[in-house]
Design a protein. Structure first.
Length: 94
């Protein structure tokens, strides 16, 4: 059961006590070079430490401290061009 859940601007996230799961999903990940670099640069600038990272051709999933969940999603929207990101979904799970 989630401790907190919210939907905003096409992104949803669920916060559990300690861990956030943020996923970027879409074909743009496979066809637009530089998106991963943009993501990692953003996380570094924010000082976010990843607990775990999982990738595929059309998805990047980050696990990080729950306290960063909402802010990371908001910042991703600011830096990623919506035309190259077909769907951005963020959810947090234990």
């Amino acid at each position: 059961m989630a401790d907190f859940q919210e939907q905003t601007e096409g992104a949803s996230y669920v916060v559990h006590a300690k861990l956030a799961k943020v996923s970027l999903i879409g074909m743009g990940l496979a066809t637009h070079l530089g998106l991963a670099e943009t993501l990692y640069t953003l996380l570094d600038e924010m000082g976010v430490t990843l607990v775990c990272l999982a990738t595929s051709q059309v998805q990047v999933t980050l696990f990080l401290a729950a306290s960063w969940g909402k802010e990371v999603v908001q910042r991703l929207y600011q830096v990623m061009d919506e035309s190259t990101t077909h769907q951005l979904e963020a959810d947090v799970s234990a």
